[in-house]
Design a protein around this ligand. Sequence first.
Ligand code: ZN
Length: 325
Amino acid sequence: MTATAAVSLALGGCSGEPARKDGEKLRVVTTVAPLTSIIASVGGGRIEVDGLVPEGVNSHTFEPPPSASRSFANADVIFINGLKLEDPTRELADRTKRSDVAVVELGTSALPEPDYIFDFSFPKEDGKPNPHLWTDPTYAVKYAEKVRDVLTGLDPDGATVYRESTATFVAQANALTEAIRADQESLPADQRELLTYHDAYAYFARTFGWRVVGAIQPRNFEDPTPREIVGLIDQVRREEVKVIFGSEVFPSRVLEQIGKATGARYVDVLRDDDLPGKPGEPEHSWLGLMRFDYLTMIEALGGSAPRLRTLDVNQAGADHARYAQ
Ligand SMILES: [Zn+2]
């Protein structure tokens, strides 16, 4: 018998018993760092949240370690992105959590199916939509509201805390939205174009009126083949792309290669789920991450981003987030 099966059998006997004693914090388990940060903000100190996907790790191919089954067994609630981002994690969670514990898919609940985006790295025939909803602040607000409602159901005494901390988060996310909208005006509309290594900004682009020219990373998350690189070089020339954006999580020499061949500049610092700074620092948060990415894009494309530069990224609840390293 595997360790995982043993855990799930042992727990079978005690499901239905209250897992949490009075005064204990709710134990929340989640996956990628931006979700960990959003959930901690909403929890306002009444919860402890564990993120399972280490920063700098490819969340699309992440396989949870066996130790994750213990986190699921102890969890009062599990939040994942869904939209088929974390299938192996969802599978382990379903096998090892207590039977009365919910696995809540924040992305799936925020995005009606007709609004799914399929594209270069997430083609429709694979059946997995682009899952990067959290990079669009208007959807991050929906994530926070869903977390608020679920936590309030589990911990009605915390209703006021969850309501107020969500209101604070929503105000900050809206301030980010306004800052992006103001700063992107420094770019002519036809220069709000993205060619990125990792395909993480499709929903942002739709909401904010940008055009995603393409993504360099193929659907298998490997580097493109030499033949694909030739095609990309053609595309960069044809579309007169001035800047190509790389990703911290997926360092690649391909950008440099395309840059040299086409004269396009490459900026390889974007992060789709790898928070800037260190745990405990204000920018080590969903808000710090998004501010960094959008000011990097706008400035690299020749615009200016004074509103984003001065945006306050301090978020409540940050002390109660544990990020896997
Ligand atoms: Zn991603």
